[in-house]
Design a protein around this ligand. Sequence first.
Ligand code: ZN
Length: 219
Amino acid sequence: MFKRNYPSTFISPLHPDSVRVNLIAAQLLPAVQRGLDIKKRHAIESKKQGSKSCGSQPQIAHLDGLDWEVFVMKNDGHAGAVSWSNGKILVFTGLLNRLETDAEIAAVLAHEIAHLVARHWSELIIYKKWCPYPLKVYFVRRLEIEADRMGMLIMAAAGFDPRIAPVAAEKLVGNDIYHPSGKKRARLLSRAKVMDEALELYREVMSAKAPETHSATGA
Ligand SMILES: [Zn+2]
């Protein structure tokens, strides 16, 4: 419906920007399960050590059959992205103008994918409809922070350096009242425990990807 109502502002799927964001998303999507597995592993380890696991593990069966697609919409004044529960993600040109590298764009797309993995839309409906104002903002911001953390694991599992996630977050200053400030998001993502988990995954993925080296003697 959104696409039908604003057809002239959508960038062609063949435009280099559309191709670029879809290629990045195609790298992120197969990595979702691997990104969640490390959370499971850490939960099992902390259980073994006697500490209580925090939060339930998201299941991804609901993602089966989703028709993932990333659209780009012409709006240079909006440096953001939105997603729908059917797997459609919309990126505004303002975001692509502000971010430089594929890893920065991956951080934003991974955040949107994380919203879908964690089924945040169902909670959002409840919070926005039923919660009084200050409480509503508090709960929605918690979802944003959760999507940031989960997104950072997804990008790491896809082979994007997670240290770029706080850099990208800081560039997305002041989206709206429901998003914590870019500075706060960057600070939360840079916390040692959160970043170490993502870096561990990233290093595992990169070492598995690294080509074997052969030392040729006498050649
Ligand atoms: Zn979000």
